[in-house]
Design a protein around this ligand. Sequence first.
Ligand SMILES: O=C(O)CCC(=O)C(=O)O
Ligand SMILES: [Fe+2]
Length: 374
Amino acid sequence: MNGESKDSAPTPSFVSKNQLVFDKIPIVDWAVSESDPAIFYEQLRSAFEDVGFGMFINVPGFDDEFQQKIFAHADQLYSKPQAWKDAISTAKSNALRGYFRGDDIAGDNKAHSEGYRFGTELPVPVAQGDEEIPFYRKLQEGPNQWPAEADMPGFRLAIETLFERYISLNLKLNKHICTLLDIPEAVLDEYYTDFVDFTSVIWHYLPLTPEMQATAKNGFVKGMHEHRDPSTLYNCLIQSRPGLQVQNHAGEWIDVPLVKGGVVCNIGLQLMKLTGGKFVATTHRVNTLKIDKDRYTIPYAFSTRLEKPVLPLPKFVGGDAAKYHVPPNPKIVRLLSIENPLVRGGYARLTLFPAASKKLYPKEWAEAKEMGIL
Ligand SMILES: O=C(O)CCC(=O)C(=O)O
Ligand SMILES: [Fe+2]
């Protein structure tokens, strides 16, 4: 049994006393946000408080036709020869921008996926005098590696259009979250940088083969390891096929369905902390056993200010709102116990992209292994 499956087996201590044991992902209908706010906010509350995930429908700009065009670009990208993809490898970018494989790493961290990572277009950080640039800044700041336009006509424009639409969704969702929590919008704004700092990946999950099937443990073949999103308030994602699973508060894995034109949004650990546990960051994974054809997903999240410690807001101090939610994965508990938000954020990023970070940050990767967070 490998470490991952040991961690994913439900243990008797992982039973929530006060949290709804959900068996499906709530629908949040953006179309009723204006016509019937009471219904909308109840849907949003249930998604973020009871489950930690919502399937958002009727989000402007995310219709199925648009999403299919984006997935066609992803399909074209991943159909390119391996050497072409390796030419834009994350191995050339300290900020882990570009292409990487999740399956060229041995052991527990091997995942049946490849990815292409983006962030805010920024220069590589330059050291002043004899100052050392810390690893968490190197991981955060740098330029993207776009493919040549002639190789992938229209790709950059389409992906940047998607990012613009995600920005608009995030800005509106921030407002709705503040309304739901009954806090001024400025409170949330303080956790963001002055410019839009974001992280996004185009994931390609490889379809199940008999060889992969033979490695199944506890009904799981690793597309992505189980985790909670560490360094974001929340995350939004479009998907071309099912495969994502969310762990309910009794330890069972619930499939996230494919809803055409839907956007999956889930709470990250930062927002859980900020709300004293009122909003719940829920463990999730991608199970290749559920994937019979190539699956593409594109998550997108605003990054929070690296240096700003995230503590429960005054109205959530005391944990009255906090539900009893025992994190099931000891690796996540160890990650969360790192005090310094900068270092914790850096390690969090390493754990999300182990295949890419092992090569670029061997020292920090070995440390993370040693600390038991990888
Ligand atoms: O691709 C998916 O379905 C999940 C991705 C995810 O959980 C992540 O990027 O944090
Ligand atoms: Fe995630």
